[in-house]
Design a binder for this molecule. Structure first.
Ligand SMILES: C[S@@+](CC[C@H](N)C(=O)[O-])C[C@H]1O[C@@H](n2cnc3c(N)ncnc32)[C@H](O)[C@@H]1O
Length: 254
């Protein structure tokens, strides 16, 4: 049984209305990020009270990079995780940040030039067909991106393919708290607060309605773990942050 494509709990609900049809997701997501790129970083800081940098630090630590290593950050967007990886591999290392949205990448490129000029290279790359040979990267990461990839299994398969044997695949993503009361509170807050603030600041309310809806239908920790295992990753470790609203999955290529 496939767990890769999930539908909202209540078809016809507000959550369902904010999601594109499965065949439309790839095009819809790219157009959405192209449009919200100028306000993306500001909204990340507003909506998370700047905590998002700390979450990426945890993910970067789990990539277990050493000076001189090579890493790929998939769905890199404006490059925040790629820059954190760059700090870990040092001047002898290399980090590639790949994304399919040119406006997001351009902002990331500017930031990378300021923070880690010699180490990070930003490039157009579709997570579903990564333009790299197999078995090359010491770590492959993705932050808040895999949920947006149209075919999640294919994206995970590509991340696992380009990691070297023994290399780490790290996924930082929103999820839902395990505790039922907390989960109800999180859903209530996220469906009201995120579209309101996101809509006001970006002028693209639909993008910030899509965000909680896409988290709502995203894989559970256990489902994501089994997708990673099916992609050829072992020793999968799951770390909950922020009462389980943000989760890091780390697997090792066997
Ligand atoms: C929520 S943003 C996350 C950006 C960044 N990783 C961060 O932590 O802020 C999701 C990113 O995934 C990218 N994305 C979604 N699907 C993709 C795909 N199939 N290939 C490449 N990039 C994709 C979007 O363009 C967007 O920049």
């Amino acid at each position: 049984m496939s767990v890769a494509v999930k539908t909202p709990e209540k078809p016809g609900s507000a959550a369902a209305a904010a999601l594109p049809a499965p065949g439309e997701k790839h095009r819809y997501v790219r157009a959405m990020f192209d449009a919200i790129a100028p306000r993306y970083d500001l909204l990340n800081s507003l909506l998370s009270a700047r905590l998002h940098h700390g979450w990426r630090r945890v993910a970067a630590a789990q990539a277990a990079l050493r000076p001189g290593d090579t890493a790929l950050d998939v769905c890199t967007g404006t490059g925040d995780l790629a820059i954190q990886l760059a700090r870990r591999v040092g001047r002898e290392g290399r980090v590639i940040g790949g994304d399919f949205s040119l406006p997001m990448l351009r902002l990331g490129e500017r930031k990378a030039r300021r923070c880690a000029p010699a180490v990070v290279r930003m490039t157009l790359a579709d997570a579903q067909a990564l333009p790299y040979p197999s078995d090359v990267f010491d770590a492959v990461t993705v932050a808040f991106g895999i949920r947006n990839v149209a075919d999640i299994e294919r994206g995970l398969g590509e991340m696992a393919r380009v990691a070297r044997p023994g290399g780490r695949v790290v996924i930082l993503e929103f999820n839902q708290p395990r505790n039922r009361a907390l989960r109800a509170l999180w859903r209530w807050l996220s469906f009201r607060f995120i579209p309101l603030v996101g809509g006001l600041v970006s002028g693209r309310r639909h993008a910030y309605e899509y965000l909680p809806s896409s988290v709502d239908v995203f894989q559970t920790r256990e489902e994501l773990t089994s997708l990673m295992e099916r992609a050829g990753l072992g020793d999968v470790r799951v770390t909950d942050l922020m009462f389980g609203t943000v989760v890091v999955h780390r697997g090792v290529k066997s």
